[in-house]
Ligand binder design. Structure first.
Ligand SMILES: [Zn+2]
Length: 298
């Protein structure tokens, strides 16, 4: 299938099956052609007795890759998850940044029991049940959005540290209990750590709360961009909000105290990021937001 996308002021999220070609048009009219050829994933190291079966505290590190033909040249993009390399730089081809967010092959040895993060069902006829690869793209001369991205929390000096992702594993798609892809990014920091709106938010509210009888406080902030993309930002484990719900927030506004409710083994905040684009909700690595925060504010 041919997928056409035009660079816009916010990044583009897309999922592909093998054989799809993405035509990504830059603002100057040039087109980058990205054909997905193949995807694979494999475990590098695990302490599990049985791969794919959760064991409390177990660790698994894995890699995944995708083979592409980009403007006629075969390239393999490879990622590692569960190590410091989880915080990666985007690739750049023909003036386009590409983040290889996920491949569905990781779910051959991972489960999706720790928040949704899997690729979408494929609606095509003879096609496999899930799409194969998830990407985010942006024209390299553009930021991931037209505003500066304010630190969501006090940024750890020098970058994010995998050891500070809950028990050292809960980066995006990291192996919770060795076998469940973590549907978010955890950052350890003390109870009461301030959380700030990273961008202007049109609306924000708790969709779960201890007051409503849930085990956790879970918050969502929503931004509708002028380019018709909607971003949904999530944080969990806040002690309380410091602003009234359903009020718009300016970027940088202190909206909550984090890391204090149902935090398990380490006080932390769980961050989530999803993009609603072309009618599809595509969940992405919150690291992409933090990557931009480090560019903008570190
Ligand atoms: Zn988490």
């Amino acid at each position: 299938m041919k997928i056409k996308r035009h660079a816009k002021s916010t990044l583009t999220a897309v999922e592909m099956v093998h054989g799809d070609t993405l035509e990504f048009f830059l603002r100057n009219g040039r087109c980058l052609s990205v054909e997905l050829l193949d995807t694979k994933a494999e475990i590098i190291h695990t302490t599990l007795k049985e791969p794919g079966k959760e064991e409390p505290g177990a660790t698994t590190v894995y890699r995944f890759w995708a083979e592409f033909r980009i403007d006629g040249v075969n390239v393999r993009l490879e990622r590692e998850v569960g190590t410091q390399a989880s915080f990666y730089q985007p690739w750049e081809f023909g003036g386009v940044h590409i983040w290889l967010d996920a491949v569905d092959a990781i779910f051959e040895f991972m489960q999706e029991t720790h928040a949704p993060c899997r690729l979408q069902e494929n609606c095509g006829h003879d096609a496999p049940s899930r799409r194969h690869a998830r990407l985010a793209l942006q024209e390299a001369s553009l930021r991931i959005c037209p505003e500066l991205v304010h630190p969501w929390c006090p940024l750890p000096l020098g970058g994010l540290n995998i050891e500070d992702c809950y028990r050292g594993e809960d980066c995006w798609l990291g192996a919770y209990d060795g076998a469940s892809a973590h549907g978010g990014l955890d950052i350890n920091h003390p109870k009461g750590t301030p959380l700030y709106a990273p961008i202007h938010l049109d609306d924000q509210f708790l969709y779960n709360s201890t007051e409503m009888g849930n085990n956790n406080n879970r918050w969502r902030g929503i931004r509708q961009w002028d380019d018709h993309t909607t971003w949904i930002l999530t944080t969990c484990h806040m002690t309380h909000l410091t602003v009234p719900e359903h009020s718009p927030l300016q970027a940088g506004m202190h909206y909550a105290e984090g890391a204090g409710v149902w935090v398990g083994d380490a006080e932390h905040t769980h961050f989530g990021f999803a993009v609603l684009d072309h009618g599809e909700l595509i969940r992405l690595d919150p690291w992409i937001l933090f990557w931009q925060m480090y560019q903008d504010f570190a």
